[in-house]
Ligand binder design. Sequence first.
Ligand code: C2E
Ligand code: MG
Ligand code: MG
Length: 714
Amino acid sequence: MSAQPDGPEDRLRRFTTIWSRAVFPVTSTSSTRAELEEQLLPAAQRLSEALTARVFDPEAGRAAGAALVEAHCTDPDALTRTLDCLDSYLVLYCGGDGDREDLRARCARLQHALAAGFAEALRRRTLAEQEAIAQAALRAQGVVAQALHATEARFRAVFEGAAIGIGIADLEGNVLQVNGALLRMFGQSEQALRSRSILQWTHPDDAPQVWKLYEELVRGERDHYHVEKAFYRPDGTVLWTNLTVSLLRDADGNPQYQLALMEDTTERRLLNLRLRYEATHDALTGLPNRTFFFERLEKALAAGEGQRFGLCYLDLDGFKTVNDSLGHAAGDRLLVEVADRLQSCATAPGEMVARLGGDEFVALTTGPDTRRKVDELAARIMNVLLAPISIDGRELTVRGSIGIVEGPAGERSAAEVLRSADITMYRAKSAGGNRFEVADPEADARAITRHGLTTALPAALERGEFFIEYQPLVHLGDGSVRGAEALVRWLHPQHGVLSPDRFIPLAEHTGLIVPLGRWVLEQSVRQARAWQERNGGTEATGPLRINVNLSPCQLTHPGLVQDTVEILERTGVEPSALCLEVTESALIGADDDLLKPLRRLAEMGVDIALDDFGTGYSNLANLRRLPVSVLKLDRSFTQSMQQFPADPVDLKIVEGIVSLAHSLDLAVTVEGVETGAQAEQLRILGCDTAQGWYYARPGPPERLHELTLADATS
Ligand code: C2E
Ligand code: MG
Ligand code: MG
């Protein structure tokens, strides 16, 4: 099988060999090293797959932790060695040629999951062991009882040979007999151990029921109990045990002795504590991490009536620049310093600081009066960030943006609170950073809807939730309908009909605008074809035309020209019956490359309209360069003509634009005509076509047909 010496299989095998070699010396198993390797192989396989899977799932880490326990690698050292081994070799052998940064991040998450899985499996095993010991105690009780009455020798064998500590005492608490295992656990001689009454074996960590159960047992009211209990050793160290105590009765059934069975759990407990610490603290700064913070926040939110919480969500401004320019090591030191300073801000009871990841931190305050306290907390945080941080001899100024959320316990979930804080922090950031903002439910709702709409967009297109309304374009000279502008709408299952202003920016942002725009183009051109078939238009007016809006992103999309040509050919619509509307702002500063597709379309005979003209920086001189044949004057011009008489300066401007446009051979369309007076004014000023509520609101395609019929009969 050496034909492919370096295949992924071989590399996985090599990784597993290294792993098994690392943990074998600390394993309490009767298997050989090679057998252990076989046992670890499936777990290694899953780790390897998780590392490069398309969607990352840390579950493989948990499973690997459990596999370790399963393979009897329960020594804390086995975990440490495993984590080291993953750290050094997993990416190397199993990472393939994936992105290193990403692989390392995944590896770190797998390590965390592995530690958690290990702890969880150990805990489960402990429970199972406790159960087994309790069973053993019951059996031993029988054995001991018999032995005390009968064969002393047989009892001795059970007693001395046991791996767990066993002791027998009378009901007054005098120790009568202990086995070797118990003496080793306590690190004490039999003499010393027997010299103390059981009643003196107390420890401050004893749970209240420990001694209550004891009393009940020696009174004969219960036959056994099971607790976790700590004892002091003579050297002052603490021994933790799983303790099972059973009552032994004499032949007549009267209580006579007590039998204790102990399992030493000190190591396991320490390991659990360490794992718990590692799982809940950030390795870099030592601050509580996201997991820990979530626990605390959930607790604060579950607190009773009258209790409140206040949260500051901090994100450093410009941290990426520090990382990029000074390197990650410097970035790390900066984070450590920031963490230290933050910690000094939240020292009162009920307050905590945590690092959520990257350069994001949170500070929490709880209690009945967080309204005032959270503001003070935010102010303290801004204040401690003021002094520059010195790194590599440079003085770095650190600024941050904070989102504050404050409120009563019991109303929101931790995830909701954190999301609100996150949104608010972004508001602070987009307002320029170095400030704090307080959460505002309305702003939250808007951001959440925006987010919801964005994620729903792709499916909406597939499900056919978009539809198009058409608004007629009317010739100002004779009042005839010359065509229509296609305006897209979204019939959202929950929010009803949404106007393009609500979703076009989101579609542009996510790139969905390209397929959506193509769909609108195809539908509208088909519609134009249908109109033309029913009503060919008169000789004077020519065929009915269709105006379709294009987003800037569509302009830069390489398929634009080809898609348009194909749609026109498929539907049999003349290019001259199509007008593409592009906003002025999309063409400002456009270079020849950007204009090339538009120019090609214009050469074919497609009209290009400059939409919303006059809203941006209208460089009239620039018009000559653009492949444009129509100017669409923005609604704001029409609005200024609403009052009578209209502002003479506005009139002059429109007149100037119209005459310039005409001298450049451009037709002029006006938008937003709402009254007859406006229409008349614009006609006098020389505008060619108009669009607006005065003629018709955007509506279904049949409406346009009715309007053109009315034209024909008038
Ligand atoms: P636009 O291209 O400037 O479209 C004209 C807007 O003015 C339409 O708003 C229309 O309903 C509205 N309007 C028409 N007559 C009047 C009037 O007399 N008074 C007033 N106050 N308003 C009037 P709508 O439909 O909400 O569209 C808004 C914008 O969304 C459009 O502005 C266009 O830029 C964009 N849009 C619409 N459909 C599409 C599309 O399919 N693709 C792209 N990329 N953008 C689109
Ligand atoms: Mg338009
Ligand atoms: Mg417009």
